[in-house]
Design a protein around this ligand. Structure first.
Ligand code: ADP
Length: 537
């Protein structure tokens, strides 16, 4: 506890001595005495005095004037003044003392116990005040630190977002090119050996895309940018489709693949079908990857039902290599694998299950793993789903080769894309649909081209040097010439970020396609927006 400085001011030395003697037993005080008000004022300015016991009747400056002087100076205004007086206890003196700024009175002859009790009470008050001031200062400091930490976190989040946007564009753009050329090669007249090379290239570029998508997914989830999209869909059909896909993959490895759907499973549910497929797909792919003999058993069980809310368990059990006991808890962490030798033998990034766990949390579900090393593994996802009316919002996909699609006669397309591989691939695809294609490398050149030629469609990359796609679209949409101003525009964005795609619509794009894109999706979007804008096809 801090020592409190206490001043005794009385023009009569005997009074000072007796008061000092009376107070000397109080703990944590340092007593300073004076018989001269002028000297006492200087003491108050120079020392950190907290309490002053001031005699009222003094020559030159009386006690009331002295306290008024203390209160009028910011350096001494905080001092608690207690008037010590022998004069009448009449109200007028009391009021005068309190008006001058005194906090209390002591009457002569001093009653020892009352004097000690009063001074002790004021010292306590001072200590409490000091504590409050200190706590306030600490609070102020931690508030400042918190604001700073928040600003830093926000800055870090923004940098991560920008990095994610740039990285997804930079990496997905060349993959888009590679996958597009693979698409083209598949339709070229190749001999069997060449077709086998293309098939290998296809597999390699697809797995590269999967790895990149995993990295982008985990960053997206960690920075809170992963969006969950609920829709009404036929869950039984989805499970049967997954069954078809994975049965082929399992049979390629000579493994059994069994699907068991609980009869109580509703046909239609309101859920994020894409994320459900991602979770189940990850379990099954891992099972196929880590199983050499036996099979994979995929079961869907209704655990509970209240009205139209179903608690459903999706489990994938295999007869594979299993996971060591101490590794089971680790495998849901990013970059963790059950065994160090696993990467060498089976490959993989260790991200799949970390994404699954985070997705399950976003979907308010839970994931579990159970395994016996060398014997089996079982992964399950338990989640609540709401049963809905029979309404499919998922569109059926027609599987066709892109070069078999409807042609666009005399259709003028301007392609603004700085990546040569991509623009080459786009031109090839568009020419295959009988389009006349003009290719430029940035937004500025696209505007120049549009100056002396009309186009039926513009395909605009978003990130380009000199002038970005967004800037170019803004300029086009603000033109006077109504025909050019309304030219249908599709932006091609390699970003995985939802808001970048939203930004494209905001600047005036009619459609957005992601990279890598499927040529069939491009064809569908061209038909959609060009019909919408009544452009003659
Ligand atoms: P990876 O890309 O390495 O497969 P995952 O996150 O999907 O990453 O899996 C993490 C680890 O969990 C794997 O490396 C493997 O050790 C273990 N694991 C996952 N599924 C199985 C399974 N069905 N059988 C055995 N081990 C598995």
């Amino acid at each position: 506890m801090n020592t409190v400085n206490l001043l005794i001011l009385d023009d009569r030395i005997e009074n000072v001595i007796s008061l000092e003697a009376l107070l000397s037993d109080i703990e944590n005080i340092n007593i300073i005495c004076s018989t001269d008000p002028n000297e006492a004022l200087k003491i108050c300015w120079k020392n950190d005095i907290s309490i002053a016991l001031v005699d009222v009747q003094m020559p030159e400056i009386n006690g009331f004037e002295f306290v008024s002087l203390l209160k009028s100076n910011p350096k001494t205004s905080h001092i608690m003044a207690i008037m010590v007086t022998a004069i009448s206890k009449e109200d007028k003196y009391l009021i005068q003392g309190l008006k001058s700024g005194a906090v209390d009175y002591l009457y002569k002859p001093l009653h020892p116990e009352i004097t000690i009790a009063k001074v002790t009470a004021f010292i306590k008050q001072i200590h409490i005040q000091e504590e409050i001031i200190q706590k306030n200062t600490e609070l102020e400091l931690s508030k400042k630190a918190l604001i700073k930490a928040n600003q830093e976190a926000e800055q870090a989040r923004k940098s991560k977002e920008i990095f994610l946007a740039n990285m997804s564009h930079e990496i997905r753009t060349p993959i888009n090119g590679i996958m597009g050329i693979v698409h083209m090669l598949k339709t070229a007249n190749l001999n069997n050996e060449q077709l086998d090379w293309v098939r290998r290239l296809d597999v390699a570029s697809n797995s590269l895309l999967l790895i990149i998508n995993d990295i982008l997914d985990i960053s997206k989830i960690d920075s809170g940018m992963m969006k969950i999209e609920f829709e009404h869909f036929n869950i039984k059909n989805l499970l049967l489709d997954l069954n078809k896909i994975y049965q082929i993959k399992a049979h390629d490895k000579k493994l059994q693949f069994n699907l068991n759907i609980d009869e109580k499973l509703p046909a239609y549910v309101n859920f994020d079908s894409l994320r459900l497929q991602q979770i189940i797909g990850n379990f099954i792919s891992n099972s196929i990857k880590f199983t050499e003999q036996g099979g994979i058993f995929f079961a869907i069980k209704v655990l509970d039902q209240v009205d139209n809310n179903f608690r459903i368990k999706f489990s994938v059990r295999d007869t594979g290599i299993g996971i060591k006991h101490d590794a089971v808890d680790k495998i849901f962490l990013a970059f963790e694998q059950g065994d160090d030798g696993i990467t060498k033998k089976f490959g993989g990034t260790g991200l799949g299950l970390a994404i699954v766990k985070r997705l399950a949390e976003l979907l308010k579900g839970e994931v579990y793993a159970e395994s016996q090393y060398g014997s089996y593994s079982e992964f399950s996802f338990i989640v609540d789903m709401e049963e809905v009316e029979n309404k499919d919002t998922v569109k059926e996909e027609i599987i066709k080769q892109y070069n078999e699609l409807e042609k666009f006669k005399d259709f003028q397309v301007l392609v603004a894309e700085d990546n040569e591989l991509n623009s080459f691939m786009l031109s090839h695809i568009l020419k295959g649909w009988d389009c006349n294609v003009t290719v430029v490398k940035n937004g500025r050149l696209a505007l120049e081209e549009l100056e002396h030629k009309d186009f039926d469609l513009i395909l605009m990359d978003t990130h380009m040097p000199i002038m970005s796609g967004f800037e170019a679209i803004k300029e086009i949409r603000s033109r006077r010439d109504t025909y050019k101003k309304r030219t249908p525009i599709i932006t091609i964005s390699a970003s995985v970020l939802e808001h970048e795609q939203q930004a494209a619509f905001q600047v005036g794009a009619d459609e957005v396609i992601g990279k890598p894109f499927n040529p069939i999706e491009l064809h569908t979007k061209i038909i959609k927006i060009c019909k919408m804008n009544s452009t003659v096809l």
